[in-house]
Design a protein around this ligand. Sequence first.
Ligand SMILES: Cc1ncc(COP(=O)(O)O)c(C=O)c1O
Length: 420
Amino acid sequence: MKQTRKKGISRANCEVLDALDPLRDLRARFELPDGAVYLDGNSLGALPRRTAERHGALVREEWGQSLIHSWNKHDWVTLPQRIGGKLARILGASEAEVIVTDSTSVNLFKLLTGALAMPDVKGRRIILSERGNFPSDLYIAEGVIAMGGGKYTLKLVEPGEVEEALNADVAVALITQVDYCSGRLHDMAQLNNCAKNAGTRIVWDLSHSAGAVPLELGRHGAELAVGCGYKYLNGGPGAPAFLYVAKSLQANFETPLSGWFGHQAPFAFEPTYVPAAGIERLLCGTPSVIALGAMECGIDTFEGVAMDAVRKKSLALSELFRALVDQECDEFGFTCITPPDPENRGSHLSFAHKHAYAIMQAIIDRGVIGDFRHPDLMRFGFAPLYVGFVDCWDAVTILREVMLDGAWRADNYHKLNRVT
Ligand SMILES: Cc1ncc(COP(=O)(O)O)c(C=O)c1O
């Protein structure tokens, strides 16, 4: 790979950082293509080494040989709770507060409708969220409002205005801790405190936090949360999402998605719905066993890993990447829109550029994989379990090469793919 001539941080410096990295051996838990620099674990986590083997056994032996007996014999029936129990450590929750099931959007629907039905927010008419929130979160809120026949209004504010907007008119707030575009991070403890003072409740979307940012849902007063399984948790494409309901809320928490797996006795086949006592009441239909098998392998990649160490490395990687873009690509007009201070950012960086899409396609062709978000953002995610410091150097070096040789101008890099 061509070395740039600028002075400052060198590839050798990055090699030293890799050698000193206490998490460097974790990369061996993943299968990554040779020569690729994978900076998109914030969108789709890499493939854990154990997944293919586990999947093979699950399909060939558990399904193929034990057939329907596996619901009992291999305890398929409690997979959402068991995997949720493992995930609880990463979320700072207790085991009986987390399940893994459905998609983030569906889980948001369950928690939003459940929160709105709680007696202590009766009479309140506002669902609060952020203007730039992930669209699915806002679409779900719109859908819930339409179901309520105009009873509720969606109020959107800038991320910096959430705190003051949490007042006695708000029934529920839908807040995403790490913004999918800017990477801005909310202080969860502080916002939960404000919500509590206002007598309202936050449904947290932790899609870009779980597995990247240390979470203390219990200690920080979170009551309700959801998040994706396929990003930093490495659960595979379209992996089941997670859902958290604090123990204190569970007994009275009800969702209109009252499917049989949420019933207290699904196999009693009773004609009327009686919800299960605990977090299981948030299940709906039959667990997606094959997907859950992969999800468990994803969560297992965190076995024995301290989330503080993950956070420390995540911040060091993004700090280095930003410094390298400054050093190597200063003249090309990239603007980092992610907050510079560590306490205000998650684990990805976003750079605005007029030709962001084509540039991203050109570097992907050279093995540096990030993604593009409308209208002009290049996103680079730093999954500390498998991204190294030399990866940052190589990625920025290739970015510089593509800008210098103008490769991004080729017509094929301007054709918009369905998934960007
Ligand atoms: C912040 C955020 N929320 C929600 C979602 C949607 O998740 P799902 O497709 O599982 O419904 C995404 C997907 O990328 C996301 O980034």
